[in-house]
Design a protein around this ligand. Structure first.
Ligand code: FE2
Ligand code: FE2
Length: 340
């Protein structure tokens, strides 16, 4: 799951994306023209194609941040696998958390086609230089949080990721098709778990409402800063990486979620949330952007815990990676001997 449509560099890549052609001579200009023509015709750019450096860098940053978000996103819910209230819920949650690992794998693979290595990307994550979605730095306090993450966080991820299925970079777009199908299951399992809780005791209903209160605003912030504060979005749109603006996606999410909240029987914690007949959309209150930037910049409540868990898992898994490589080498040697 992922949705953080903002364009800020990771700690080690202070490259501002400019509205540039990238062409420095006639030959490069011809390549640039061919690239522009393909983008204008809504065609796909593939790994072997020429592309401007800034396009490549933007994609590496976005896809790697997306991949990091998928695997860090396993952690808040992974905490609940051993405490799920029934075998059925445990099996569903295990499948969901495993899906997120798969999403990370597709995305690291897609980023590798742009010439970056998995080791480089993971090193940036483990040393705290890479960004990942701010939402995963919050704790999951009760079982209702698991349901609300499915309903709202994965729901927001779907809003953001469906337009990415039409992204101009082929490997990213194709990865998103499968990811979106799985996100849809994540959203529905969360909503269904909450529907069941809402038929339970008052304590269970209160638990759901409390989780909604804690996650609602954080989910709205996940769509990234307002369009007016996202100067690089225009370039992302021009390149066909970004198809819908942050504010438009956020509005779609609010409009889709309000009726779902009504069916569920919970209140969304915003006194300014109301239908605007003229705009034919819901109005909503102001988002706390200071809190958003604090979490993005590594000062969220669980930033340190999340990174420590990732680094520990990486170190403890070293023997598995070494064993797999040793096995692959043995197989290769065997094949070579047989072929000789
Ligand atoms: Fe998900
Ligand atoms: Fe995911």
């Amino acid at each position: 799951m992922y949705t953080q449509s903002f364009s800020v560099p990771d700690g080690d890549a202070p490259t501002a994306v400019k509205l540039v052609s990238g062409a420095t001579d006639n030959a490069t200009q011809a390549l640039q023209d061919a690239f522009d023509a393909r983008i204008d015709a809504d065609g796909r750019i593939e790994p072997q194609d020429w592309m401007p450096d800034a396009y490549r860098k933007t994609l590496v940053r976005q896809i790697s941040q997306h991949a990091h978000s998928e695997i860090v996103g396993m952690l808040p819910e992974g905490n609940w696998i051993s405490r799920a209230p029934s075998l059925k819920r445990k099996a569903i949650l295990m499948a969901k958390v495993q899906d997120e690992a798969g999403h990370g794998l597709y995305l690291y693979s897609a980023a590798e086609t742009l010439g970056t290595s998995r080791d480089q990307m993971l090193d940036a994550l483990h040393t705290g230089r890479a960004k990942y979605s701010s939402i995963f730095t919050y704790p999951t306090l009760t079982w209702a949080d698991v349901g609300v993450i499915g309903w709202l966080v994965d729901g927001a991820a779907i809003m953001n990721q469906i337009p990415l299925c039409r992204c101009s970079y082929g490997p990213y777009a194709r990865a998103m098709v499968r990811v979106c199908k799985e996100e849809s299951f994540h959203q529905r399992q969360g909503y269904e778990a909450l529907l069941v809780m809402m038929t339970g005791t008052q304590e269970q209903k209160d638990m759901v409402q409390d989780a909604v209160n804690r996650w609602w605003w954080k989910c709205l912030a996940m769509f990234g800063p307002p369009d007016a504060d996202s100067p690089n979005s225009a370039q992302g749109m021009r390149w066909g990486i970004k198809r819908i603006s942050n504010d438009d996606l956020r509005q779609k999410f609010v409009d889709a979620t309000v009726p779902q909240a009504k069916v569920l029987g919970v209140t969304l914690p915003d006194p300014d949330l109301k239908w605007n007949e003229e705009r034919q959309h819901h109005d909503y209150g102001a988002i706390d952007w200071d809190e958003f930037w604090a979490t993005v910049n590594g000062n969220g409540p669980c930033n340190k815990e999340r990174l420590n868990t990732r680094v520990k898992a990486w170190n403890e898994g070293a023997w598995v990676r070494e064993a797999a490589l040793a096995h692959a080498r043995k197989q290769q040697d065997k094949q070579m001997k047989e072929a000789a």
